[in-house]
Design a protein. Structure first.
Length: 72
C-alpha cells in the first residue's frame, strides 16, 4: 500500500507548500486551481478531474450530504 498512500506528515507537504511558498504567493494566478504533484511541481489535472459534469455531480452530492447533517 505504500505505493499509493503516504503518512500524514508526507501527505501534508503539498498543502504546506501551497499555503506557505513565496513562489506561490508571487505567482498566485499561475498556481490558482493547479495541481502540485509530485510535491511542489505544477501538473495538469487528469481528464476526469476536468470533467464539468462530474464536478457538478460532486457539488450536488456534497450539498445534499451537508443538508442531511444540518450543515448547509
Amino acid at each position: 500500500m505504500k505505493l499509493f498512500f503516504t503518512n500524514p506528515t508526507e501527505g501534508s507537504h503539498t498543502s504546506v507548500i501551497a499555503a506557505a511558498s513565496p513562489d506561490v504567493r508571487k505567482n498566485a494566478e499561475v498556481y490558482k486551481g493547479a495541481y502540485l504533484e509530485p510535491v511542489g511541481k505544477l501538473t495538469a489535472p487528469s481528464k476526469v478531474a476536468q470533467n464539468a459534469e462530474l464536478s457538478h455531480e460532486l457539488w450536488a452530492t456534497v450539498e445534499t450530504f451537508l443538508s442531511s447533517v444540518g450543515l448547509n
